[in-house]
Design a binder for this molecule. Structure first.
Ligand code: BES
Ligand code: MN
Ligand code: MN
Length: 464
């Protein structure tokens, strides 16, 4: 194989500048004020795919944000790889915590990225990682080395639940037919410790509202005599974990797949420095479910977390008031084989049942999805593992992630295809946070590694 390394060296400036152009587009899917930018994002991805030599490129309009599609067919007897990624990004706020502007990419050195990292919203999640695939294909096509068929499907609603993509996948089974799905939207352990993500957690996201009196009340005149929705809400939320940090919702753990001692021992072999972990977060201790390690708590165990809570007076100074309403947004990360719709229902029933008289409670589900596991004996996993061996000189460690990409389970269900998660980000890259970044080394290493996946996968496929 003509070495991707020399291609990358030769085109390095352009590979970076083109990504910067994409990062300058504020494709924030959650905020309708940015709809034009999201559309611009789709157009840019479309044009980059075309320029890379991908055929039949098309922007599919949806009820939400556009889906970008394209394919390159080599021969029908060869396997087809479907690349999935997203061009939408999380809102950048709080803006004042950024050291540079979120949509004006800059390269700065960091301790973990001595060769520099690209700072911008979406640099790692997922524009930078998705773009590695376009550039890897550009390399393979322009050097006449693409060994199989490839399809691209890049969406603009991942950060808000992929609603339009769910419909698109269900109604385009034939178009999306493939032998494996390839995704770079996760991370790895460290630059000298490559890993491949073998699992994603499921998700159930709900919003709750506790209503007390029909209007805000004077907290002196009424205080002590009526239920204060914020007091009640916080009490109810606190009761959702017991002293061992187990979740108290009846039936919540019923379907949780417990790992064998052997599997847990294998997991414990992955390098992890507790002190460094605590130091990086400025915390004196970790916290979580009894009898599980940090790496288990954030991957193979389900969780329940409040993501936001509001109500009453939060302005300047003091206002003496008992609010009429209190709200919270709550996410539950799920593991195989918990069903997100079932868990949402269990939450709803339980949360309503623990409300005292004097308040009413509503629970509104937002979105969700099932967890996912890639079997390490799948030829897609093997092809990826061998690719990392070639470019990192080390066998990557299989590792389950705590994050979620809900559409991946649907790919399996509807398209009957396994997904291989070749992530090149680091947990410390601050995705969804201020100062998100992606190592220049990681970006280029991704472009270098991906071509070997195609080569290896095609070889495995033809051999089986
Ligand atoms: N790329 C992330 C998910 C991720 C990141 C998985 C790192 C594993 C490692 C994705 O864009 C994301 O943020 N997913 C959301 C869920 C979605 C429904 C909003 C998440 O995990 O919170
Ligand atoms: Mn992502
Ligand atoms: Mn994300």
């Amino acid at each position: 194989m003509l070495d991707p390394k020399s291609y990358i060296q030769e085109h390095k400036e352009r590979l970076l500048n083109e990504l910067f152009d994409l990062l300058k587009i504020a494709s924030i899917s959650a905020d309708p004020a940015y709809n034009n930018e999201v559309t611009r994002g789709a157009q840019a991805v479309h044009d980059f795919l075309k320029a890379a030599g991908i055929d039949h490129t098309k922007i599919y309009e949806t009820e939400g944000h556009p889906i970008v599609y394209g394919e390159k067919n080599i021969a029908p007897h060869l396997p087809t790889v479907l690349v999935y990624g997203h061009y939408d990004v999380q809102p950048p706020d709080p803006l004042d915590l950024w050291d540079s502007k979120p949509f004006e990419p800059v390269v700065k050195k960091t301790p973990l990225h001595p060769e520099g990292a690209i700072f911008a919203r979406g640099a790692c999640d997922d524009k930078g990682q998705m773009f590695m695939h376009i550039k890897a294909i550009e390399y393979l096509i322009s050097t006449h080395q693409l060994p199989c068929n490839v399809k691209f499907m890049i969406e603009g609603e991942e950060e808000v639940g992929s609603n339009s993509l769910v419909h698109f996948v269900k109604t385009h089974r034939e178009l999306l037919k493939n032998d494996v799905i390839l995704i770079s939207d996760t991370g790895m352990i460290a630059n000298d410790t490559p890993s491949i993500t073998t699992g994603l957690r499921g998700l159930s996201y709900v919003e709750v509202c506790v209503t007390g009196p029909n209007r805000d009340l004077h907290s002196g005149l009424y205080g002590g005599a009526v239920a204060n929705p914020i007091n009640i809400l916080t009490k109810m939320i606190a009761s959702l974990h017991d002293q061992d940090n187990h979740i108290t919702i009846p039936g919540f753990y019923d379907k949780v797949a417990e790992l064998s001692i052997e599997e847990r021992e294998a997991m414990a072999k992955a390098p992890f420095n507790l002190e460094g972990y605590q130091k990086a977060l400025d915390i004196a201790a970790v916290y979580g479910e009894k009898d599980y390690t940090t790496n288990e708590r954030n991957s193979i165990r389900p969780t329940l977390d409040v993501n936001g809570i509001w109500g009453g007076y939060t302005g300047e100074g003091a206002k003496t008031v008992i609010p009429s309403k209190a709200y919270a947004k709550i996410s539950m990360r799920l593991v195989p084989h918990q069903d997100w719709e079932e868990i949402t229902q269990l939450f709803k029933n339980h949360f309503k049942s623990i409300a005292p008289k004097g308040v009413t409670v509503s629970v509104t589900p937002h979105h969700g999805g099932q967890g996912y596991v890639t079997p390490i004996d799948h030829i897609g996993y093997k092809a990826a593992s061998e690719a990392y061996e070639t470019t990192f000189g080390k066998t990557p460690i299989p590792q389950r992630s705590g994050g979620s990409i809900p559409i991946v389970a649907l790919f399996e269900e509807v398209l009957n295809a396994k997904s291989v998660l070749m992530g090149f980000g680091l947990d410390s890259d601050a995705i969804h946070s201020p100062n998100e970044h992606f190592g220049v080394w990681n970006y280029l290493k991704g472009i270098e590694t991906i071509p070997y996946f195609y080569k290896n996968f095609t070889a495995h496929y033809l051999r089986q």
